[in-house]
Write a protein of this length. Structure first.
Length: 492
Protein backbone atom coordinates (compact mmCIF):
# COMPACT_ATOMS: atom_id res chain seq x y z
CA UNK A 1 0.00 0.00 0.00
CA UNK A 2 1.11 3.56 -0.69
CA UNK A 3 2.93 5.11 2.30
CA UNK A 4 0.47 8.01 2.52
CA UNK A 5 -2.47 5.61 2.53
CA UNK A 6 -0.83 3.57 5.27
CA UNK A 7 -0.38 6.75 7.29
CA UNK A 8 -4.02 7.74 6.82
CA UNK A 9 -5.22 4.29 7.82
CA UNK A 10 -2.98 4.27 10.88
CA UNK A 11 -4.42 7.62 11.98
CA UNK A 12 -7.95 6.26 11.64
CA UNK A 13 -7.14 3.06 13.51
CA UNK A 14 -5.44 4.91 16.38
CA UNK A 15 -8.33 7.33 16.76
CA UNK A 16 -10.71 4.37 17.01
CA UNK A 17 -8.50 2.76 19.64
CA UNK A 18 -8.23 6.02 21.58
CA UNK A 19 -11.99 6.61 21.48
CA UNK A 20 -12.74 3.22 22.98
CA UNK A 21 -10.17 3.74 25.74
CA UNK A 22 -11.38 7.26 26.52
CA UNK A 23 -14.98 6.11 26.88
CA UNK A 24 -13.84 3.47 29.33
CA UNK A 25 -11.74 6.01 31.26
CA UNK A 26 -14.34 8.79 31.28
CA UNK A 27 -15.87 7.55 34.53
CA UNK A 28 -12.56 7.12 36.38
CA UNK A 29 -12.39 8.62 39.85
CA UNK A 30 -9.96 11.38 40.76
CA UNK A 31 -7.85 8.88 42.70
CA UNK A 32 -7.57 6.60 39.68
CA UNK A 33 -6.72 9.48 37.35
CA UNK A 34 -4.04 10.73 39.72
CA UNK A 35 -2.58 7.25 40.13
CA UNK A 36 -2.35 6.89 36.35
CA UNK A 37 -0.72 10.27 35.66
CA UNK A 38 1.70 9.74 38.53
CA UNK A 39 2.78 6.42 37.04
CA UNK A 40 3.15 8.03 33.61
CA UNK A 41 5.26 10.90 34.95
CA UNK A 42 7.52 8.62 36.98
CA UNK A 43 8.07 6.28 34.05
CA UNK A 44 8.92 9.21 31.78
CA UNK A 45 11.31 10.64 34.36
CA UNK A 46 13.08 7.30 34.72
CA UNK A 47 13.45 7.14 30.94
CA UNK A 48 14.56 10.78 30.60
CA UNK A 49 18.14 9.94 29.67
CA UNK A 50 17.58 7.20 27.05
CA UNK A 51 14.75 9.25 25.49
CA UNK A 52 17.04 12.28 25.30
CA UNK A 53 19.76 10.22 23.63
CA UNK A 54 17.28 8.77 21.15
CA UNK A 55 15.97 12.25 20.31
CA UNK A 56 19.44 13.69 19.66
CA UNK A 57 20.55 10.69 17.64
CA UNK A 58 17.41 10.61 15.50
CA UNK A 59 16.98 14.33 14.83
CA UNK A 60 20.57 15.52 14.97
CA UNK A 61 19.32 18.54 16.93
CA UNK A 62 19.96 19.98 20.33
CA UNK A 63 22.01 19.08 23.38
CA UNK A 64 21.65 15.72 25.12
CA UNK A 65 22.01 17.08 28.67
CA UNK A 66 19.41 19.77 28.03
CA UNK A 67 16.97 17.29 26.55
CA UNK A 68 17.29 15.29 29.76
CA UNK A 69 16.34 18.45 31.67
CA UNK A 70 13.34 19.00 29.38
CA UNK A 71 12.15 15.41 29.79
CA UNK A 72 12.32 15.73 33.57
CA UNK A 73 10.63 19.11 33.43
CA UNK A 74 7.79 17.57 31.38
CA UNK A 75 7.43 14.75 33.90
CA UNK A 76 8.58 15.69 37.42
CA UNK A 77 7.94 19.44 37.41
CA UNK A 78 4.71 19.06 35.45
CA UNK A 79 3.41 16.36 37.79
CA UNK A 80 4.05 18.56 40.82
CA UNK A 81 1.91 21.26 39.18
CA UNK A 82 -0.99 19.20 37.82
CA UNK A 83 -1.43 16.58 40.55
CA UNK A 84 -3.34 18.91 42.93
CA UNK A 85 -5.75 19.95 40.14
CA UNK A 86 -9.29 18.62 40.46
CA UNK A 87 -10.40 17.30 37.08
CA UNK A 88 -13.16 14.89 38.13
CA UNK A 89 -16.58 15.66 39.58
CA UNK A 90 -17.76 19.04 40.84
CA UNK A 91 -15.01 21.62 40.39
CA UNK A 92 -16.73 24.62 41.97
CA UNK A 93 -19.95 25.39 43.80
CA UNK A 94 -21.46 28.81 44.43
CA UNK A 95 -24.20 28.48 47.07
CA UNK A 96 -25.28 32.10 46.73
CA UNK A 97 -25.82 31.83 42.99
CA UNK A 98 -26.92 28.16 43.22
CA UNK A 99 -24.52 27.15 40.45
CA UNK A 100 -22.34 24.04 40.33
CA UNK A 101 -19.66 23.27 37.75
CA UNK A 102 -18.82 19.74 36.65
CA UNK A 103 -15.65 18.56 34.88
CA UNK A 104 -16.34 16.72 31.61
CA UNK A 105 -13.51 15.34 29.45
CA UNK A 106 -13.30 16.53 25.86
CA UNK A 107 -12.59 13.10 24.35
CA UNK A 108 -9.76 12.30 21.95
CA UNK A 109 -6.94 14.85 21.70
CA UNK A 110 -5.09 15.05 18.40
CA UNK A 111 -1.55 16.25 19.12
CA UNK A 112 1.14 17.52 16.74
CA UNK A 113 4.65 16.96 18.13
CA UNK A 114 7.55 19.13 16.88
CA UNK A 115 10.94 17.80 15.87
CA UNK A 116 12.64 20.33 18.16
CA UNK A 117 11.17 18.81 21.35
CA UNK A 118 10.03 15.36 20.23
CA UNK A 119 10.06 13.50 23.56
CA UNK A 120 9.45 16.22 26.15
CA UNK A 121 6.44 17.60 24.28
CA UNK A 122 5.04 14.08 23.89
CA UNK A 123 5.39 13.48 27.64
CA UNK A 124 3.81 16.81 28.51
CA UNK A 125 0.85 16.52 26.15
CA UNK A 126 0.07 12.95 27.14
CA UNK A 127 0.08 13.77 30.85
CA UNK A 128 -2.16 16.84 30.59
CA UNK A 129 -4.56 14.97 28.30
CA UNK A 130 -4.92 11.97 30.59
CA UNK A 131 -5.17 14.17 33.70
CA UNK A 132 -8.35 15.57 32.10
CA UNK A 133 -9.57 11.97 31.37
CA UNK A 134 -8.92 12.28 27.64
CA UNK A 135 -7.11 9.92 25.30
CA UNK A 136 -4.43 11.23 22.94
CA UNK A 137 -3.18 10.39 19.45
CA UNK A 138 0.16 11.98 18.57
CA UNK A 139 1.49 12.75 15.12
CA UNK A 140 5.28 13.02 15.37
CA UNK A 141 7.44 15.01 13.01
CA UNK A 142 8.69 12.88 10.09
CA UNK A 143 12.25 13.48 11.32
CA UNK A 144 11.47 12.16 14.82
CA UNK A 145 9.03 9.23 14.64
CA UNK A 146 11.04 6.67 16.63
CA UNK A 147 11.83 8.78 19.69
CA UNK A 148 8.29 10.16 19.95
CA UNK A 149 6.80 6.68 19.51
CA UNK A 150 9.12 5.32 22.21
CA UNK A 151 8.03 8.07 24.62
CA UNK A 152 4.39 7.19 23.87
CA UNK A 153 5.07 3.47 24.40
CA UNK A 154 6.60 4.13 27.83
CA UNK A 155 3.70 6.37 28.85
CA UNK A 156 1.06 3.91 27.64
CA UNK A 157 2.69 0.98 29.44
CA UNK A 158 2.83 2.98 32.67
CA UNK A 159 -0.81 4.04 32.34
CA UNK A 160 -2.00 0.47 31.75
CA UNK A 161 0.13 -0.75 34.64
CA UNK A 162 -1.62 1.75 36.91
CA UNK A 163 -5.06 0.53 35.90
CA UNK A 164 -5.92 2.59 32.80
CA UNK A 165 -7.50 0.94 29.76
CA UNK A 166 -5.14 0.22 26.88
CA UNK A 167 -5.32 2.88 24.19
CA UNK A 168 -5.17 6.14 26.16
CA UNK A 169 -1.77 7.09 24.71
CA UNK A 170 -1.15 6.52 21.00
CA UNK A 171 1.45 7.62 18.48
CA UNK A 172 1.58 7.31 14.71
CA UNK A 173 4.61 5.41 13.46
CA UNK A 174 4.14 6.36 9.79
CA UNK A 175 3.80 10.15 9.96
CA UNK A 176 3.04 12.03 6.77
CA UNK A 177 1.25 15.20 5.79
CA UNK A 178 -1.77 13.22 4.61
CA UNK A 179 -1.81 11.12 7.77
CA UNK A 180 -1.60 14.20 9.98
CA UNK A 181 -4.44 15.83 8.05
CA UNK A 182 -6.51 12.66 8.48
CA UNK A 183 -5.88 12.83 12.23
CA UNK A 184 -6.76 16.52 12.48
CA UNK A 185 -9.99 16.14 10.50
CA UNK A 186 -11.20 12.85 11.97
CA UNK A 187 -14.78 13.12 13.22
CA UNK A 188 -13.92 11.48 16.53
CA UNK A 189 -11.06 13.86 17.39
CA UNK A 190 -12.48 16.42 19.80
CA UNK A 191 -9.67 18.97 20.09
CA UNK A 192 -6.24 19.63 18.54
CA UNK A 193 -3.14 20.49 20.53
CA UNK A 194 -0.44 21.67 18.14
CA UNK A 195 3.10 22.97 18.58
CA UNK A 196 5.24 23.88 15.60
CA UNK A 197 5.82 26.36 12.80
CA UNK A 198 3.47 28.99 11.48
CA UNK A 199 2.28 26.92 8.51
CA UNK A 200 1.38 24.05 10.81
CA UNK A 201 -0.57 26.30 13.15
CA UNK A 202 -2.56 27.75 10.25
CA UNK A 203 -3.36 24.22 9.05
CA UNK A 204 -4.59 23.29 12.52
CA UNK A 205 -6.94 26.24 12.67
CA UNK A 206 -8.44 25.36 9.29
CA UNK A 207 -9.10 21.72 10.22
CA UNK A 208 -12.59 22.48 11.49
CA UNK A 209 -11.87 21.50 15.10
CA UNK A 210 -11.41 23.34 18.38
CA UNK A 211 -7.66 23.86 18.58
CA UNK A 212 -4.80 25.23 20.63
CA UNK A 213 -2.12 26.20 18.14
CA UNK A 214 1.24 27.68 19.05
CA UNK A 215 3.72 29.04 16.52
CA UNK A 216 6.99 31.01 16.55
CA UNK A 217 8.33 33.27 19.28
CA UNK A 218 11.16 35.61 18.15
CA UNK A 219 11.64 36.56 21.78
CA UNK A 220 13.64 39.72 22.60
CA UNK A 221 15.39 40.26 25.93
CA UNK A 222 16.26 43.73 27.22
CA UNK A 223 19.21 44.53 29.49
CA UNK A 224 18.33 47.86 31.08
CA UNK A 225 20.94 50.07 32.76
CA UNK A 226 19.90 49.10 36.32
CA UNK A 227 20.23 45.36 35.66
CA UNK A 228 22.62 43.07 37.48
CA UNK A 229 24.74 42.84 34.37
CA UNK A 230 26.73 39.68 35.11
CA UNK A 231 23.59 37.69 35.85
CA UNK A 232 21.68 39.23 32.95
CA UNK A 233 24.32 38.27 30.41
CA UNK A 234 24.71 34.78 31.88
CA UNK A 235 20.91 34.33 31.74
CA UNK A 236 20.76 35.35 28.07
CA UNK A 237 23.64 33.02 27.19
CA UNK A 238 22.06 30.15 29.12
CA UNK A 239 18.71 30.76 27.44
CA UNK A 240 20.06 31.08 23.93
CA UNK A 241 22.25 28.00 24.22
CA UNK A 242 19.72 25.82 26.06
CA UNK A 243 19.20 22.79 23.81
CA UNK A 244 20.97 24.77 21.07
CA UNK A 245 18.19 27.36 20.94
CA UNK A 246 15.31 25.17 19.74
CA UNK A 247 12.68 26.33 22.23
CA UNK A 248 10.28 28.92 20.81
CA UNK A 249 10.78 30.85 24.06
CA UNK A 250 14.55 31.14 23.55
CA UNK A 251 16.07 34.59 23.33
CA UNK A 252 16.53 35.58 19.68
CA UNK A 253 17.82 39.09 20.23
CA UNK A 254 19.24 41.09 23.13
CA UNK A 255 18.58 44.82 23.34
CA UNK A 256 21.11 46.67 25.49
CA UNK A 257 20.71 50.07 27.11
CA UNK A 258 23.50 52.28 25.70
CA UNK A 259 25.19 53.31 28.98
CA UNK A 260 26.01 49.68 29.82
CA UNK A 261 26.66 48.42 26.27
CA UNK A 262 30.45 48.26 26.53
CA UNK A 263 30.31 46.35 29.80
CA UNK A 264 27.69 43.98 28.40
CA UNK A 265 29.86 43.28 25.34
CA UNK A 266 32.80 42.42 27.57
CA UNK A 267 30.63 40.13 29.67
CA UNK A 268 29.36 38.31 26.57
CA UNK A 269 32.97 37.74 25.49
CA UNK A 270 33.74 36.47 28.99
CA UNK A 271 30.81 34.05 28.57
CA UNK A 272 32.51 32.77 25.37
CA UNK A 273 30.31 34.52 22.84
CA UNK A 274 31.75 35.15 19.38
CA UNK A 275 30.91 38.58 17.95
CA UNK A 276 30.71 38.19 14.19
CA UNK A 277 32.49 40.55 11.84
CA UNK A 278 30.42 42.25 9.11
CA UNK A 279 31.72 39.70 6.61
CA UNK A 280 30.82 36.77 8.89
CA UNK A 281 27.38 38.25 9.41
CA UNK A 282 26.88 38.48 5.63
CA UNK A 283 27.95 34.84 5.25
CA UNK A 284 25.50 33.78 7.96
CA UNK A 285 22.69 35.64 6.20
CA UNK A 286 23.43 33.88 2.91
CA UNK A 287 23.52 30.47 4.58
CA UNK A 288 20.75 30.82 7.16
CA UNK A 289 18.11 32.68 5.13
CA UNK A 290 16.47 30.76 2.25
CA UNK A 291 16.34 32.34 -1.18
CA UNK A 292 12.65 33.02 -0.67
CA UNK A 293 13.56 35.28 2.25
CA UNK A 294 11.10 33.42 4.49
CA UNK A 295 11.93 31.42 7.59
CA UNK A 296 15.27 29.88 8.46
CA UNK A 297 17.31 27.18 6.77
CA UNK A 298 16.17 24.04 8.65
CA UNK A 299 19.73 22.70 8.59
CA UNK A 300 20.76 25.25 11.23
CA UNK A 301 18.03 24.41 13.74
CA UNK A 302 19.47 23.01 16.96
CA UNK A 303 23.04 22.95 15.65
CA UNK A 304 26.19 24.06 17.44
CA UNK A 305 27.70 27.44 16.49
CA UNK A 306 30.90 25.89 15.14
CA UNK A 307 28.93 23.75 12.68
CA UNK A 308 26.85 26.69 11.55
CA UNK A 309 29.89 28.91 11.06
CA UNK A 310 31.76 26.25 9.09
CA UNK A 311 28.81 25.64 6.78
CA UNK A 312 28.54 29.40 6.29
CA UNK A 313 32.19 29.58 5.25
CA UNK A 314 34.20 30.69 8.29
CA UNK A 315 35.54 29.34 11.57
CA UNK A 316 35.11 30.28 15.20
CA UNK A 317 36.85 29.09 18.36
CA UNK A 318 36.05 25.58 19.55
CA UNK A 319 35.09 26.92 22.96
CA UNK A 320 32.59 29.48 21.64
CA UNK A 321 29.08 28.92 23.04
CA UNK A 322 27.16 31.13 20.63
CA UNK A 323 27.54 33.68 17.84
CA UNK A 324 26.34 37.28 18.13
CA UNK A 325 25.42 39.41 15.11
CA UNK A 326 25.10 43.15 15.53
CA UNK A 327 21.85 44.44 14.07
CA UNK A 328 20.42 47.90 13.39
CA UNK A 329 17.04 47.19 11.76
CA UNK A 330 14.15 44.76 12.04
CA UNK A 331 12.86 42.99 8.95
CA UNK A 332 14.17 42.18 5.50
CA UNK A 333 17.05 44.68 5.70
CA UNK A 334 18.42 42.76 8.70
CA UNK A 335 17.04 39.25 8.09
CA UNK A 336 18.76 37.74 11.14
CA UNK A 337 16.33 39.74 13.27
CA UNK A 338 13.83 36.86 12.92
CA UNK A 339 13.44 33.71 15.03
CA UNK A 340 16.57 31.59 14.53
CA UNK A 341 16.18 28.40 16.64
CA UNK A 342 19.96 28.03 16.97
CA UNK A 343 22.78 29.66 18.98
CA UNK A 344 22.87 32.86 16.88
CA UNK A 345 21.82 35.96 18.83
CA UNK A 346 20.94 39.40 17.50
CA UNK A 347 22.48 42.36 19.35
CA UNK A 348 20.98 45.86 19.45
CA UNK A 349 22.04 48.97 21.36
CA UNK A 350 19.44 51.63 22.16
CA UNK A 351 19.47 54.75 24.32
CA UNK A 352 17.12 54.40 27.27
CA UNK A 353 14.56 51.79 28.18
CA UNK A 354 11.86 53.46 26.07
CA UNK A 355 13.92 53.03 22.88
CA UNK A 356 14.80 49.50 23.96
CA UNK A 357 11.11 48.87 24.35
CA UNK A 358 10.30 50.21 20.86
CA UNK A 359 12.89 47.86 19.37
CA UNK A 360 11.46 44.92 21.33
CA UNK A 361 7.96 45.65 20.04
CA UNK A 362 9.24 45.74 16.46
CA UNK A 363 10.93 42.36 16.97
CA UNK A 364 7.80 40.83 18.44
CA UNK A 365 5.76 42.05 15.51
CA UNK A 366 8.30 40.45 13.17
CA UNK A 367 7.16 36.92 13.96
CA UNK A 368 6.51 36.68 17.69
CA UNK A 369 3.78 39.06 18.79
CA UNK A 370 1.95 37.90 21.90
CA UNK A 371 4.53 35.26 22.85
CA UNK A 372 7.21 36.23 25.39
CA UNK A 373 9.62 38.99 26.30
CA UNK A 374 12.50 39.24 28.77
CA UNK A 375 13.46 42.26 30.87
CA UNK A 376 16.56 42.51 33.07
CA UNK A 377 16.15 45.48 35.40
CA UNK A 378 16.11 46.47 39.07
CA UNK A 379 13.72 49.38 38.47
CA UNK A 380 10.16 48.38 39.55
CA UNK A 381 8.60 51.19 37.51
CA UNK A 382 10.30 50.04 34.32
CA UNK A 383 9.24 46.45 34.98
CA UNK A 384 5.64 47.55 35.56
CA UNK A 385 5.61 49.53 32.32
CA UNK A 386 6.64 46.39 30.48
CA UNK A 387 3.97 44.37 32.25
CA UNK A 388 1.14 46.77 31.49
CA UNK A 389 2.08 47.97 28.00
CA UNK A 390 4.14 45.49 25.97
CA UNK A 391 2.60 43.11 23.38
CA UNK A 392 3.69 39.83 24.96
CA UNK A 393 1.69 37.62 27.29
CA UNK A 394 4.69 36.31 29.24
CA UNK A 395 7.03 38.95 30.66
CA UNK A 396 10.02 37.14 32.16
CA UNK A 397 11.88 39.29 34.68
CA UNK A 398 15.53 38.74 35.57
CA UNK A 399 15.67 35.19 34.24
CA UNK A 400 16.35 33.53 30.93
CA UNK A 401 13.25 33.41 28.80
CA UNK A 402 13.92 30.00 27.25
CA UNK A 403 12.99 28.07 30.38
CA UNK A 404 11.43 30.96 32.29
CA UNK A 405 8.49 31.28 29.91
CA UNK A 406 7.71 27.55 30.14
CA UNK A 407 7.58 27.71 33.93
CA UNK A 408 10.91 26.18 34.94
CA UNK A 409 12.58 29.21 36.58
CA UNK A 410 9.33 31.14 37.13
CA UNK A 411 5.96 30.48 38.74
CA UNK A 412 4.20 30.19 35.38
CA UNK A 413 2.24 26.99 34.78
CA UNK A 414 4.73 24.36 33.54
CA UNK A 415 3.99 23.86 29.85
CA UNK A 416 5.58 23.20 26.48
CA UNK A 417 2.70 24.79 24.59
CA UNK A 418 2.55 28.56 25.13
CA UNK A 419 -0.41 30.47 23.76
CA UNK A 420 0.37 33.84 22.09
CA UNK A 421 -3.24 34.96 22.38
CA UNK A 422 -5.31 36.60 19.70
CA UNK A 423 -2.39 38.89 18.86
CA UNK A 424 -0.44 35.85 17.74
CA UNK A 425 -3.38 34.09 16.08
CA UNK A 426 -4.24 31.73 18.95
CA UNK A 427 -7.41 31.24 20.98
CA UNK A 428 -5.49 31.52 24.26
CA UNK A 429 -2.64 33.45 25.87
CA UNK A 430 -2.14 30.81 28.58
CA UNK A 431 0.44 28.16 29.22
CA UNK A 432 -1.68 25.11 28.34
CA UNK A 433 -2.66 22.88 31.29
CA UNK A 434 -5.13 20.01 31.85
CA UNK A 435 -7.82 22.61 32.57
CA UNK A 436 -7.71 23.67 28.91
CA UNK A 437 -8.67 20.11 27.92
CA UNK A 438 -11.84 19.97 30.01
CA UNK A 439 -15.39 20.93 29.19
CA UNK A 440 -17.26 22.53 32.07
CA UNK A 441 -20.93 21.58 32.58
CA UNK A 442 -23.04 23.87 34.76
CA UNK A 443 -26.29 23.40 36.66
CA UNK A 444 -28.19 26.42 37.93
CA UNK A 445 -31.31 26.77 40.07
CA UNK A 446 -33.68 29.70 39.93
CA UNK A 447 -32.58 32.55 42.19
CA UNK A 448 -34.95 35.29 41.01
CA UNK A 449 -38.50 34.50 39.83
CA UNK A 450 -39.62 35.95 36.55
CA UNK A 451 -43.12 37.44 36.36
CA UNK A 452 -44.22 38.14 32.83
CA UNK A 453 -45.87 41.58 32.87
CA UNK A 454 -48.41 40.70 30.19
CA UNK A 455 -49.42 37.53 32.00
CA UNK A 456 -49.76 39.44 35.28
CA UNK A 457 -51.77 42.29 33.77
CA UNK A 458 -54.09 39.90 31.96
CA UNK A 459 -54.76 38.00 35.15
CA UNK A 460 -55.38 41.16 37.11
CA UNK A 461 -57.64 42.86 34.57
CA UNK A 462 -61.41 42.51 34.99
CA UNK A 463 -63.35 40.97 32.07
CA UNK A 464 -65.03 43.47 29.71
CA UNK A 465 -68.79 43.43 29.02
CA UNK A 466 -67.95 41.59 25.77
CA UNK A 467 -66.30 38.75 27.70
CA UNK A 468 -62.69 39.60 26.72
CA UNK A 469 -59.81 40.73 28.94
CA UNK A 470 -59.16 44.46 28.88
CA UNK A 471 -55.43 45.21 29.22
CA UNK A 472 -54.77 48.39 31.12
CA UNK A 473 -51.57 50.01 29.78
CA UNK A 474 -51.05 51.84 33.02
CA UNK A 475 -51.24 48.58 34.99
CA UNK A 476 -48.66 47.00 32.69
CA UNK A 477 -46.28 49.89 33.25
CA UNK A 478 -46.70 49.63 37.00
CA UNK A 479 -45.94 45.91 36.99
CA UNK A 480 -42.84 46.40 34.84
CA UNK A 481 -41.63 49.24 37.07
CA UNK A 482 -42.14 47.12 40.18
CA UNK A 483 -40.29 44.20 38.58
CA UNK A 484 -37.29 46.34 37.54
CA UNK A 485 -37.15 47.98 40.97
CA UNK A 486 -36.92 44.55 42.54
CA UNK A 487 -34.10 43.53 40.19
CA UNK A 488 -32.14 46.70 41.01
CA UNK A 489 -32.63 46.14 44.73
CA UNK A 490 -31.27 42.60 44.49
CA UNK A 491 -28.23 43.83 42.55
CA UNK A 492 -27.43 46.29 45.33
Amino acid sequence: MDADLLSIQEARDLVGRALAAQRAFANATQDVVDRVVTAMARAASQAAEPLARLAVDETGMGVYEHKVVKNRFASDVLLDSVLPMRTVGVLREDPARRVRELAVPMGVVGAIIPTTNPTSTAIYKAIIAVKARNAIVMSPHPRAPRCTAEAARILEAAAVGAGAPAGLVNCMTRPSLDGTNALMRHKDVAVLLATGGGDMVRAVYTAGKPAYGVGPGNVPSIIERTARLEKAVADVVDGKTFDAGVLCSSENSVIVDAPVADRVRALFVHERAHFCTPEEKARLERYMIPASGKGINPDVVGQQPQQIAERAGFRIAREAKLMIVELREVGATDPLSREKLCPVLGFYVEEGWERCCERAIALLRYGGVGHSLGIHSQDPQVIDRFFFEKPAFRIVVNSNTAIGAVGYTTGFAPALTLGPGSWGGSITSDNITPMHLLNIKRIGEEIRPYVDPLRASAAAAAPSHRGTSAIDDRAVREIVDDFLAGVRARRK
